[in-house]
Every structure is written in C-alpha cells, then in structure tokens.
Design a protein around this ligand. Structure first.
Ligand SMILES: NC(=O)C1=CN([C@@H]2O[C@H](COP(=O)(O)OP(=O)(O)OC[C@H]3O[C@@H](n4cnc5c(N)ncnc54)[C@H](OP(=O)(O)O)[C@@H]3O)[C@@H](O)[C@H]2O)C=CC1
Ligand SMILES: O=C(O)CCC(=O)C(=O)O
Length: 434
C-alpha cells in the first residue's frame, strides 16, 4: 500500500501544530522527519504518527507568592509517542517555554529513547516561568502544584519525568513526594534524577555530559582527531556543559571558550576547569571568571576550535553561524540546537554533526538505570553505571555510523532511521485498535 503524503494529510487536518513557524523547534523536528522518510521502506506508511503528539496536556498552576498575591503559570506535559513503552523525558522551567516547544522536545525524546534502544516512548514537560525570579518556597509550591496537575498522566508505568533546563534533583524530590502523597504510598519510580538517598542513581547528575564526552571521544577516534590537546568550545555551562567540559579537560583537551547568559569567556591556552566551575558557582555564571578574556557573544561561533558543544537552547546554530564555524565537529549537548538549513551548510562544509538524539542520550540512559534500580530496590555502583552507560552509547553510535555509511546520509538522518524503524515496527506490531 502506498504511504499517504504526510504533508497533504497534515494540512488537511486543520490542526495548527502541523504548520509551525519556520525555524521553531517543532518545525525543525518535522523537517528531520521529512528527511528520514525515504529510508523507512514500507514502514513509512506509519510515519504520520510521528508528526502528531499522542497526548498534550496544558495545566494552570496557581500559587500564592511570598508577598500574598496569587499568580498563575502555564504548565505542559506532552506524551509524543508511547509505542515502545511509558513516556520518558525531562521537565523544563523557562520563561520562553511553549506547548509547541514541549511538543518538539517530547518528540526528540521518542527518537532518542529508541536510538539507544531504551524501553520507553517520548515525553517532556515544562512550565513557562523564570525560576530565577522565584524564592525557594515559591519554587517548591510551583513544583508541587504542577505535579498534582499532571498527576493524571504520569506514573512509573505511564510517564516518568526527570530534570532538564533549570530543574534538578531537589525538584525531582518534591515531585516524587507530591505524587507519593497523592497516591498514598512512596512511589520512587515516578521520576528519575532524584537525590541518591531517595532512590536516585549514582552518576545521573553528570550522565548527560558523560554521554556527550563518550560520543565525542568515539567520533573523534573515527575521524582521527586526537582528544589530548584538542580545542573545545562550549555554549551553556549548566548541568550538561560543565560536566562535558570537565571530562574533555580530563582527557587532555583544552576548553578554549565557554558561554552562558552572563557572558563569553575565552582563553586559547585553555580555561582552568576547577577554578571556572568554582567561579561559575559563586557568581551564578561564567562572566566573572578572571582566568580568561571576555569576548563578544557572537564571536563565540568563530572560536578557533576542533569541537564545538552547544549545551543551552534550541535553534542556536543558524545557517549564518554554521558558515563561520571553525570546528571540525559539532557535539549537540542541547536538544535541537541546529536548524535544518544549518545542517545542510555543515554537511557541505564537511563538519561532522553528532546529533542531540544520540549525543545527549547519556542522561536518559542513566535515568533508565535509575528506574530499573528503583523497581528492584537494588543499587549499582557508580563504576557499574558508567561502564554500562559507555557500552550503550558506543554500541548505539556504531549502529548509527554503519547506517550512515550504508545510506550515505548524515548521522542525524541515520539516527532517525535507526530509531524510526524501531518505533514504527512497534506501532505496526501493536496494531491500531484497542
Ligand atoms: N539535564 C539533562 O539531563 C539533559 C539536558 N539536555 C539538554 O541540554 C541543554 C542544557 O540543559 P542543562 O544543562 O540541563 O540546563 P541547565 O539549566 O543546567 O544549564 C543551561 C545552561 O545554558 C545557559 N543558557 C541558557 N540560555 C542561554 C543562551 N541564550 N545563551 C547562552 N547560554 C544560555 C544557561 O546559562 P544561565 O544560567 O546564565 O541562564 C546555563 O549555563 C538543554 O537543551 C537540555 O534540554 C539534554 C539531555 C539531558
Ligand atoms: O532523564 C530523562 O528522563 C530525560 C532527560 C531529558 O529530558 C533529555 O534527554 O532531553
């Protein structure tokens, strides 16, 4: 049977999310799906399912602020696809979060979880809020109310949230506690990325950065780039960026530039990691660090470097910036950092892109370990976790690399091909009817 044209059927549906704004995360994701269709064979007839989130929940989250006023925040939880298992994906607190962005982030989780063969579908959540403007008490109230509101769709067998931008182990502890209080029993497996003494896993905090490092190490080996002495530039110095930076520096690489909201610091001889992390912690960003020179934010994209790691927001690598990039390799720590047009520019220029949907999969892989450990109430050592993580990432990248060679496509399209085959086979085998 011929596959229906996704474009025609999508537009005919009249749903607003099928014609997103150009360069928005959802539009980037849809274009990535378009590019993989020729490699899906007969499974392409199921591909429309990837263009529609299975379930999108918008919640109102009212809280009483410290000054006695009541404010309402908008929260989301989107379960993009559940063909391979429960939903899995983080929760983002950011003033620019929208439903459409969360749809894209949840869809990338579907692809990522399948790319590393975890038994999960894809989901993501978020609240449109600037958490830096809330007190700790307000943040706790917001988190607890949000958890109660999305409580109807999450659960250890349904959908398991975790940290993403501006959320952390403390927020996961509040989520776990609220869900448990509502359920009348302690349910540790409802979220991952929890504090270690509350059923969290050793190694989860740095797992995403570790995965970025492992995929970078493997990709560097394949293109003959020596990590010892390699120059690395990193955008975003939070959970992902700082952990990746530490590991690259530990392997002898020089971190020649870092950027966050407080500025861009550069040193061609390498920024000293211990001191930079200490300064960033003390001042809430890298901008006060004295061991480097402050450069213009836009100049970051022209840093003389071998590896560039975007580890902040989506849409950062535009075609214009891609033309100026000096790196040999782009390691996508962030979700959705590269626009499709920029992908084409980088491919033309021979810059290797290790895409988000494999590069930053280390976090969710250790989240999977945490979920498994919670079920068995038997906990592994950090060495066991790091070794298993390393093996999963290396094996997944090998399969993706082989697929890219076979079809002569980019690593991004190859990752989508591997993942979509698994997702759509599951869809086909499960069938359509309840
Ligand atoms: N945490 C995880 O396990 C995973 C995270 N990711 C992805 O990695 C990325 C980073 O997440 P994570 O490290 O957890 O988030 P964090 O909140 O810990 O850190 C985000 C970092 O990005 C910086 N940043 C934000 N906006 C900008 C900007 N416009 N320009 C420059 N820097 C900016 C922040 O700076 P400042 O503090 O100054 O605002 C901060 O340094 C996101 O895309 C996330 O989805 C992917 C997989 C898993
Ligand atoms: O650990 C998880 O479950 C999800 C992490 C995440 O949000 C991501 O990989 O983007």
């Amino acid at each position: 049977m011929n596959a229906p044209s996704p474009t025609v059927s999508a537009h005919a549906s009249g749903l607003s999310y099928v014609s997103p704004a150009p360069d928005s995360p959802w539009s980037t994701y849809l274009s990535q799906i378009d590019r993989v269709l020729p490699y899906l064979g007969s499974l392409a007839r199921w591909a429309e399912t990837l263009r529609r989130p299975k379930r999108s929940l918008i919640v109102d989250v009212p809280i009483e602020m410290d000054d006695g006023t009541v404010r309402h925040f908008e929260g989301y939880r989107v379960q993009h696809n559940l063909s391979r298992g429960p939903g899995k994906g983080g929760v983002r607190y950011h003033p620019d979060v929208t439903l459409e962005e969360v749809m894209a982030l949840s869809a990338w989780m579907t692809i990522k979880n399948a790319a590393v063969n975890l038994p999960f579908g894809g989901a993501k959540g978020g609240i449109r809020v600037d958490p830096k403007k809330l007190s700790l008490k307000e943040l706790e109230k917001l988190t607890r109310r949000y958890t109660s509101e999305i409580g109807i769709v999450i659960g250890p067998q349904q959908d398991i949230p975790a940290p993403d931008m501006n959320t952390n182990a403390q927020i996961m502890a509040w989520m776990m506690d609220t869900y448990s209080a509502n359920a009348g029993a302690t349910v540790t497996g409802v979220v991952t990325g929890k504090p270690v003494h509350l059923g969290g896993s050793l190694g989860r905090v740095k797992a995403t950065g570790r995965g970025v490092f492992v995929t970078g190490r493997e990709a560097a080996r394949r293109i003959g780039l020596e990590l010892n002495g390699a120059r690395v530039a990193i955008q975003g110095f939070g959970n992902v960026g700082s952990a990746a930076a530490e590991l690259f520096a530990g392997a002898g690489a020089k971190i020649v530039a870092v950027q966050d909201h407080t500025g861009t610091m550069a040193n061609p001889n390498g920024l000293e990691m211990g001191a930079l992390i200490g300064s960033a912690r003390l001042h809430g960003g890298v901008g006060e660090f004295r061991g480097g020179e402050r450069i213009d934010d836009e100049a970051f994209w022209e840093t003389d470097c071998d590896i560039l790691v975007p580890a902040a927001l989506e849409g950062q690598v535009t075609a214009k910036r891609a033309r100026r990039l000096k790196a040999k390799m782009l390691l996508e720590g962030a979700n959705g950092p590269t626009l499709p047009e920029a992908d084409d520019v980088l491919a033309e220029r021979g810059v290797l892109v290790v895409p988000d949907v494999i590069c930053n999969a280390g976090g969710v892989t250790v989240s999977y370990f945490e979920w498994v450990q919670d079920f068995s109430s038997f906990f592994w050592t950090e060495d066991e976790i790091n070794l298993r993580l390393d093996k999963i990432m290396v094996d997944a990248l090998k399969k993706i690399w082989d697929t890219a060679d076979r079809h002569r496509v980019t690593l991004r399209t190859a990752t989508f091909a591997v993942a979509c085959e698994r997702i759509l086979t599951a869809r086909q085998e499960r069938g359509l009817y309840p």
